[in-house]
Each structure stands twice: as C-alpha cells, then as structure tokens.
Design a binder for this molecule. Sequence first.
Ligand SMILES: *Cc1c(COP(=O)(O)O)cnc(C)c1O
Length: 391
Amino acid sequence: MKRTLMRPDGLPDSLSTPVVTPLMPSVVYASTSPDELDSQYEGRAQGYTYAREGHPNADVLARQINRLEGCDDGLVVGSGMAAVTAALMGLTRAGDHVLGGDQLYGRSLRLMREDLPRLGIETSLADPTNVDAFRAAVRPNTKLVLLEIVSNPTLRIADIDGIAELCRDKGILLVLDNTFTTPKAVQAFDHGADVVLHSVTKLLAGHADVTLGWVGAKDPEIMQKMRIFAVTTGMTPSPFDCWLAERGMYTFDLRFDRTQDTARRLADHLATAPGVKRVLYPTRPDHPDAARAQSVLQGQGCNIVSFELDGGRAQANAFAEAAKGIAFAPTLGDVGTTLSHAASSSHRALTPEQRAALGITEGFFRVSVGLEDPDALIACFDDGLAAARKA
Ligand SMILES: *Cc1c(COP(=O)(O)O)cnc(C)c1O
C-alpha cells in the first residue's frame, strides 16, 4: 500500500487546554458545508475564512490592547504606519482637510505632506502645544486631527485637552497616536480621542522583534470603515508576530515602570553631568511643558530621555562610539537601551535651520531606556560623556 499523508481533520483530543495561545498560521479555514459558510458570512456564527480578513492570533492580541485602552473593538495591523494609514485614509475622502501636529513621527509627516495631497486630501500642520495655533489652522472642511501627545525627539507635550475640546466643538475626528505615552500614562479615549492607535512594534511588544500596529475606536461605524480599508489594502499582520507581541505584552506594565524609573534617574544624572547642555524629561521641573506634563501624564514619565551635548558632530561621534553597550539604533521601546541621533536619522531631511527651530542640533540625542541595571547604564553614559569632552 502506498503510504501518503492527508491533512488531519482536527487536533488530538484533550480535555485540558493550553495556557499559552497556540500559534495559528493557517491562511484558510475549512467549513463543513455551504450552509455553515452562509451562517458565518451572514453573521449568525463566528468563524474565520481567510487570514487576510482576520485570524485568531491577531484577535487575541487585539483584545489585550483593547483592554488596556478601554475599548471594545480594535484591530491589529502589520505596522504602526498601517494603523496611521487605516485611520487617515479609511476615514477621509478627496476634498477633506487633515490637520496634524507639526512634530509627528517622520513617516506620518510624509503621509501628510506627500501622499494624502496626491489623493486630493488637503493637509496642514500646526504646533500642538498651542491650541490657538490649532484653532487658527482649522478649515471648514477639516475632517480629522492627528496628534501625538509627547513629541519625538524633543518631548514637548501637546495641549491634548484644549485640542480635544476644539475638535468636539467643530465636529472633527480626533486621532491620537498613543505609541510614546502608552495606555499606562494616557487613557486616550478619556481625553476625547475618537480613534487611538499604536505602533505595537515599540513599547507594547517591547522586544524589537516584531513590526505591528493597532487601531481602535469606540464608535462601531468608525471602526468598521477602518477595518474594511485595512483588510482591502492588505494590512494584515503575521500570526507569528502577533503571537510574539502577545507574549511581550504580559510584561509591558513591569517594563514601563522599570524603564521610566531608570529614565528619570538617567535624566537627573545627565542634568548635572559636565559636557551636557540640556536634558529633556517630562517629569523634570525644567521641562518646557512641566505643568502640562504633570496634568496629562498624571505623574507618569516615559522611557525616553533626550539630551544635548556641548559641541557638534565630533562630540556626537565620540559619545556614540564610547558609550559601549548602548545600541546606536533609531528605534524605541526595546528591552535594551537604544540611542538615536535625530540630525543624522529621523530629521536628516530637514535643513540645519529647520532642525535648529525644533532645537535639534548635532549634539542632540534621544535615549530609549531599556531594562539594564541603572548603575551600569549610567556608567556607559559617563564613558560616552568623557570621550565627548576629549573630542
Ligand atoms: C514607530 C512609530 C510609528 C510607526 O510604527 P511602525 O511600527 O514602525 O510602522 C508611528 N508613530 C510613532 C509615534 C512611532 O514611534
């Protein structure tokens, strides 16, 4: 007899169930009959059909993020930028105007400046720390506002409550990118957001080994528009990435507490260290938006510290080379501390004058603090500073 394999028609029986979510990479799901398929499509029964339309690992992860954000419905997509795109393009049409904060994530800025206008959607940017600037930028056709609460890399704090009120008055959808702040520091829906989104790649997944996003809304109609757009344009996440991110999320709360404690210590240390011109950290009294940081973040900080070295590119090179053990890499939210230099990465497309207007000089670094021992980490920074002073 020829021995051949067929797919199994089910899993081995077990009265007990796994405590860890199984990884389910199946692209297709089999039904027993056309009638059964009808009942799924007609919403009488829940069932998966094809992974681009949804799969269990994405849904398990989405539910965990929904819980943290306090929202019944959210969708996991293939990247943070997919989440931004699902909101901006899923909820607007040609002729609408989209208003954004002027220090958004680089690719969000590019979407605003290049891609939406190409499709007939007007866009403009305004300073989110100044609600009057935002009010002046609103147009009769403004449909949506995109905000990040803590700007990158200068850590300015948006006037979220002022802008939320403005949006409410004018019937404008408020979309909040809560990546930096996380649901632990900011319950974005409570501040009046209609849509909240994340780059799950960063603090939520937390290990720099997956690229994912999440977007959620409390209004089912808004959610449905974003979901349909995301599915149609193929923003589907990988089941394995969802599985890894779910695993990472169970330590999110602990990681956030630990990294912000270390970040505060590092900020205080750098503030008095020779060779450091200034330090930016939301809970420090010398932060330019200190009072607002206190009220918006409710005493929480973040895992990001930015600082400026005395000197220019030579000092920046010496610092990055000598701060051994700290990855010089432009991401944030990893278990390991990473260092990024805006002038040569995220803000390299700007002219030196445009960068200077934002306070980004050649000596400006952003640190995403990880889980290392705080004393050992501070010692690495001291090595870098000593080398920079000699350069
Ligand atoms: C990284 C990031 C994004 C984009 O997320 P990806 O997962 O890299 O696509 C969007 N917004 C903010 C604030 C980010 O930091």
